[in-house]
Design a protein around this ligand. Structure first.
Ligand SMILES: Nc1ncnc2c1ncn2[C@@H]1O[C@H](COP(=O)(O)OP(=O)(O)OP(=O)(O)O)[C@@H](O)[C@H]1O
Ligand SMILES: [Mg+2]
Length: 260
């Protein structure tokens, strides 16, 4: 099993989370080596989204450490994530229905605009310049994802796979070092899946990706390293080939099928 390595960009050490009296994460340790696509898989309810919530500061663990970029992060604040170079997509899409696709993407970089104290204290034109820069950057990312033509549309007018791309663009607009993707292929068909695979690989090694995904073909082809969670515990880790043939992993997924 691959332990938390020194060159990890991110690592979790013995994380425990209790919610509503239930032990949701029960001593989870995982590491995400810099410049890799690392997968986090497991049956429904295993705790994958909760791991993302811990990394992003939405859920406070009762014990354990999160290390990021060489430092233990005791109090991760959700609103400081962008500054830390971390961005995240949500399971589903989580777009604002009344904002255009472009405005939704721009929101992903808005703390960058707000963070310019100098621009805030100066007159309007500076803020306009920053907003214009953000608009240009948002359109650049939308072009990279092939959705620039949809910029002025509302999310509800777009097919689901395009909405997923808008959500991806929102995560990319702030130029993150670490990208947390929660089921980016959910509700997406085979051609879009192939494109997603190509896109994700194009982001490394500049960016590091932690990928939660149920589509095994995508996970197995895109990941360098995979961690497997079941019922709040890590049950396996390794290369796609190692994980694919691990009896504990097969049993966990078979158990899920049996329960369905
Ligand atoms: N706020 C909460 N209070 C109580 N239980 C919760 C809460 N949030 C999540 N859970 C439970 O924690 C467990 C793990 O949930 P989580 O969403 O992390 O799973 P997951 O691996 O992302 O599942 P999926 O693949 O279905 O998205 C589930 O049993 C879920 O019902
Ligand atoms: Mg989830």
């Amino acid at each position: 099993m691959t332990g938390p390595a020194a060159e990890s960009l991110l690592s979790l050490h013995d994380i425990r989370v209790r919610l509503s009296g239930l032990q949701i994460l029960d001593g989870v340790s995982i590491s995400v080596p810099q410049g890799t696509v690392t997968g986090l898989i497991g049956p429904n309810g295993a705790g994958k989204t909760t791991v993302f919530n811990v990394i992003s500061g939405f859920v406070k663990p009762e014990s354990g450490d999160v290390r990021y970029d060489g430092r233990i992060r005791k109090h991760i604040r959700a609103h400081r994530l962008t500054k830390m170079g971390i961005s995240r997509t949500l399971q589903g899409v989580g777009l604002f229905a009344s904002l255009s696709a472009l405005e939704n993407v721009m929101l992903g970089g808005s703390s960058r605009v707000r963070s310019g104290l100098v621009s805030q204290s100066l007159a309007m034109p500076w803020t306009d310049i920053e907003t214009e820069r953000l608009r240009t950057r948002a359109l650049e990312v939308m072009t990279e994802l092939g959705i620039a033509e949809e910029a002025e549309r509302l999310p509800g007018e777009l097919p689901y796979p395009v909405q997923k791309k808008v959500a991806l663009a929102r995560a990319l607009v702030c130029d993150p070092t670490l990208l947390l993707l929660d089921e980016p292929a959910g509700g997406v068909g085979a051609p879009d899946m192939e494109e997603l695979e190509r896109l994700i690989r194009s982001w490394v090694p500049k960016r590091t990706v932690l990928l939660v995904e149920h589509h095994m073909e995508l996970v197995m082809s895109v990941c360098d390293l995979i961690w497997v969670l079941d019922a709040g515990k890590v049950i396996a880790s390794g290369t796609p080939d190692e994980v694919r043939n691990n009896p504990a992993v097969l049993a966990a997924y078979l158990g899920e099928e049996g329960a369905a």
